[in-house]
Design a protein around this ligand. Structure first.
Ligand SMILES: Nc1ncnc2c1ncn2[C@@H]1O[C@H](COP(=O)(O)OP(=O)(O)OP(=O)(O)O)[C@@H](O)[C@H]1O
Length: 210
């Protein structure tokens, strides 16, 4: 099993305890995380990436217990093995598309993907030397996906990646994430409210307010 969680529990100070359903994914598998607004979906993603530490239970990626890593080790492991696509792209505005990807590459010692191939796969070759501040929303979203993939992570986490996209682009982004995850043999987890995504990926867990 490439990625799994076991008996994951978490509580913000003074609040009720979340008991998250166990997850288990092989390379190339996709999973949706569904749930109402405020139910704990982003909290779960932060536990999966090691940004939050569970009260109990474990998160295991490629044999490594993510929640036992601390400090620099945790940051390095995350940078090299977990690609995160945020709801808003959060790109570095003064830099070009290529420089944004090079920056992500810089923090990893691992061999990553070929930048030109990645730009081509995401239909961004013609924008490689453009400033990211001049991109359309869909283009910026594809750059943020490219940035999440550039270090060839084993796990890709995407938080509402389609919420600002039209039907055609939403479908393309999900296919792109699935195809790239399969290509680099990663597992893919997507948080979404988007009915259109549910039509493309059937495997899901539901997060509930405790
Ligand atoms: N740092 C924090 N300290 C205390 N409570 C928090 C913190 N972050 C989130 N919460 C609370 O935890 C609950 C779950 O929040 P979370 O962001 O995980 O929900 P969500 O399902 O991702 O919501 P949305 O779909 O609206 O983004 C909410 O009630 C939120 O107010």
């Amino acid at each position: 099993m490439l990625f799994f969680t076991k008996n994951l529990q978490f509580a913000y100070p003074g609040q009720a305890i979340y008991h998250f359903e166990d997850i288990s994914l092989n390379a190339g598998d996709s999973l949706l995380v569904l749930g109402k607004s405020g139910s704990g979906k982003t909290t779960l993603l932060n536990l999966l990436s090691g940004l939050l530490t569970p009260a109990s239970g474990e998160v295991v990626l490629d044999g490594v217990v993510v929640n036992s890593l601390k400090g620099v080790k945790a940051d390095r492991f995350r940078g090299e093995n977990i690609g995160i696509v945020f709801q808003k792209p959060h790109l570095l505005a003064p830099l070009t598309v290529r420089e944004n990807l090079q920056m992500a590459r810089h923090f990893s010692k691992k061999e990553g993907l070929d930048l030109d191939q990645l730009l081509a796969d995401l239909n961004l070759s013609h924008k490689a030397n453009s400033s990211v501040s001049n991109l359309s929303e869909g283009e910026a979203q594809r750059v943020s996906i490219a940035r999440a993939l550039v270090n060839k992570p084993r796990l890709i986490l995407a938080d509402e990646p389609t919420s600002s996209l039209d039907d055609e682009n939403a479908q393309k982004v999900i296919s792109l994430l699935q195809n790239q995850a399969a290509k680099i043999e990663a597992a893919l987890i997507i948080v979404t409210h988007d009915q259109r995504v549910k039509d493309q990926i059937s495997n899901f867990i539901q997060v509930q307010t405790p």
